[in-house]
Design a protein around this ligand. Structure first.
Ligand code: AHG
Ligand code: MN
Ligand code: MN
Length: 337
């Protein structure tokens, strides 16, 4: 554990004596400032009148919470003011927003993840992903420049607003964690590099959807539930927080596997979670920590997006578990359309 701040980390993120690109460092600092602001709003809750529904819907057809709207406004304003973001895309906005067209980066975010937990004082967060901008972004079809596979991400991370506010970040050289020190407002490095153990005895899935899953997922969970007497030969524990940030954070801390697979409720959708705002950044972090991320067909980070708000099936975490899921998918499933 190194008791230094975000700025010190950005001065040598890979431990090779070379600083991060100045524009990227500026962006990460700006994101960290916004996450501090959102953290403060979250911590004030009812005192700042930020709980409850906003009375509006987003492009995903979901009811927006006040905090979804406030966090989105904060993130868009930050990206605009930073001067280093060519365009920004948000889970809460129909289209990407053109900001500084010649700037080097594209920013994507889920401004508030876990909105069903906002009003019940359970951990929520902000997820972000940084892609390279392919040059001067034309004012026409801005969304198109974002359609790059997750493998191209330059940085990704999340802020987790829980008992402590944390910033968990990767610039492609491992995953590090900073804790917000409220009296000083500093993000202090408190952990990292994170490592997801290859083996685990803990899985995370919303079991209420069991009857809707594909057979490979049904079989995988049945094996886990069978415990020592089953094919896996060990007992499993289960956790489901319903905030992806919190579930992924637990996996980065103590291992495990997280699944939000495709299911039959909306067969036309590849899954519930969004590839660009949730699947890609979390898969980048998990791979950077030695884990795997799979969508039932291949690595999530290899998927070539065709739409900004595209959904994906997500299975990520401990390598042994994701390998097992891959075997079950390859041996049983006809490819989904
Ligand atoms: P968001 O709040 O950004 O819409 O995302 C919520 C997501 C994710 O954080 C979580 O894992 C999942 O939805 C929970 O879904 P269920 O309520 O279906 O379990
Ligand atoms: Mn989310
Ligand atoms: Mn959200």
């Amino acid at each position: 554990m190194t008791a230094s701040g975000l700025r010190e980390f950005l001065a040598d993120p890979a431990g090779d004596g070379r600083p991060a690109d100045p524009a990227l460092a500026k962006l990460i600092e700006a994101i960290s400032d916004s996450c501090r602001t959102i953290s403060y709003l979250v911590s004030r809750g009812a005192l700042a009148d930020v709980l409850g529904a906003a009375g509006t819907g987003n492009i995903q057809g979901e009811e927006q919470k006040k905090l979804d709207v406030l966090a989105n406004e904060e993130m868009v304003a930050m990206a605009r003011a930073s001067g280093v973001v060519a365009a920004a895309a948000s889970e809460e906005e129909e289209h990407a927003v053109l900001l500084s067209p010649a700037a080097p980066y594209l920013l994507l975010f889920d401004p508030l993840d876990g909105s069903s937990n906002v009003d019940v004082n359970v951990s929520i967060g902000t997820i972000f992903s940084v892609l390279p901008s392919p040059g001067e972004v034309p004012p026409g079809n801005i969304d198109a420049v974002f359609l790059q596979p997750g493998r191209r991400q330059i940085a990704a991370g999340y802020a987790l607003y829980g008992p402590q506010s944390l910033l968990v970040l990767s610039l492609g050289s491992g995953v590090v964690t900073f804790t917000l020190d409220p009296p000083t407002g500093q993000w202090v490095r408190t952990a990292g590099p994170a490592r997801v153990p290859e083996a685990t005895r803990e899985f995370a899935i919303n079991m209420s959807n069991m009857r809707h899953w594909d057979k490979p997922v049904q079989d995988y969970v049945a094996e886990c539930l069978a415990g020592t007497g089953g094919a896996r030969g060990k007992d499993f524990n289960m956790r489901w927080i319903a905030s992806m940030v919190a579930d992924v954070h637990r996996i980065l801390c103590r291992g495990g596997v997280f699944l939000y697979p495709w299911d039959r409720r909306e067969p036309g959708k590849p899954g519930k979670l969004r590839l660009m705002y949730e699947g890609n950044p979390m898969s980048f972090l998990i791979e950077q920590a030695g884990g795997r991320a799979f969508d039932g067909c291949g690595d999530i980070l290899e998927a070539v997006p065709t739409g900004l708000h595209q959904r994906t099936s997500v299975m990520l975490g401990a390598k042994e578990e994701v390998d097992r899921l891959e075997v079950l998918h390859r041996s049983q499933a006809a490819p989904r359309t």
